[in-house]
Design a protein around this ligand. Structure first.
Ligand code: ZN
Length: 230
């Protein structure tokens, strides 16, 4: 009887030790794989859909407004970044402009509001999405712009233009200039002109979901190249 009791006690003590060890193991594993923010989740991208409201931007060969396409591309791009674990902040989330009332000075109010949203988001980088236009209809393909003198924006723009060139087979260079949203923001900032609405074929392609996803995925891969490439 005593022997049996003793062995039961041993079993009980062993069971407690095993449970304790398991608990310790779970604790240590949990500590080595903490459920906390990763570096990517701390990374914020602002996506700025150009124009909006009474400012439709350029008009396509078939009458489509740049502002409508900019919004569709911005949402598509934002979803790609979000799926990859980035924080995404949009300046414009619908067809409306950011100027308040459509009165005199609306454009500068619109731009200042974009700057305010970008400053508040304090992002790691900013991409302003636009569509291009040229006097001759043959010109096509994406073109990236950055603020003259801003080296981080230049590096981001060059990486984006590189992946676009890989796709189109063109040998374009990122172009420097003076652009309010790039000049007035402290993070690496670029303007991406996704294609030419003045080119009827490209204008039609830009309005398809397939092409939109393609262009947005290329932008995303260009950002990855900028962040992690050699
Ligand atoms: Zn534009």
């Amino acid at each position: 009887m005593f022997v049996v009791w003793k062995s039961k006690k041993v079993v009980a003590v062993l069971a407690i030790l095993i449970v304790a060890e398991l608990a310790l193991t779970v604790f240590l594993v949990a500590r080595s794989f903490p459920v906390k923010k990763t570096t990517l989740i701390d990374f914020t991208v602002v996506i700025d859909a150009g124009h909006g409201g009474i400012d439709g931007g350029v008009v396509g060969a078939d009458g489509v407004k740049e502002s409508t396409l900019n919004l569709a591309y911005s949402k598509c791009l934002g979803e790609i970044f979000q799926r990859a674990g980035f924080n995404v902040v949009y300046t414009r989330k619908n067809e409306n402009g950011l100027y308040g009332l459509p009165t005199k000075g609306f454009k500068s109010r619109d731009m200042r509001e974009r700057k305010r949203i970008i400053d508040e988001a304090d992002p790691n980088l900013m991409i302003s999405v636009h569509m291009n236009k040229f006097s001759a209809s043959y010109r096509s393909g994406p073109q990236v712009f950055y603020q003259t003198g801003k080296e981080d924006g230049k590096a981001l723009a060059e990486n984006l233009q590189r992946v676009f060139n890989d796709y189109t087979g063109k040998a374009r260079e990122a172009i420097a200039g003076d652009y309010y949203v790039c000049r007035e923001t402290s993070c690496p900032s670029v303007i991406v002109e996704c294609g030419f609405l003045s080119n009827p074929d490209e204008c039609a392609a830009l309005q398809t979901e397939d092409y939109r996803e393609k262009i947005c995925n290329i932008i995303f891969s260009g950002v990855m190249l900028y962040l992690y490439g050699g």
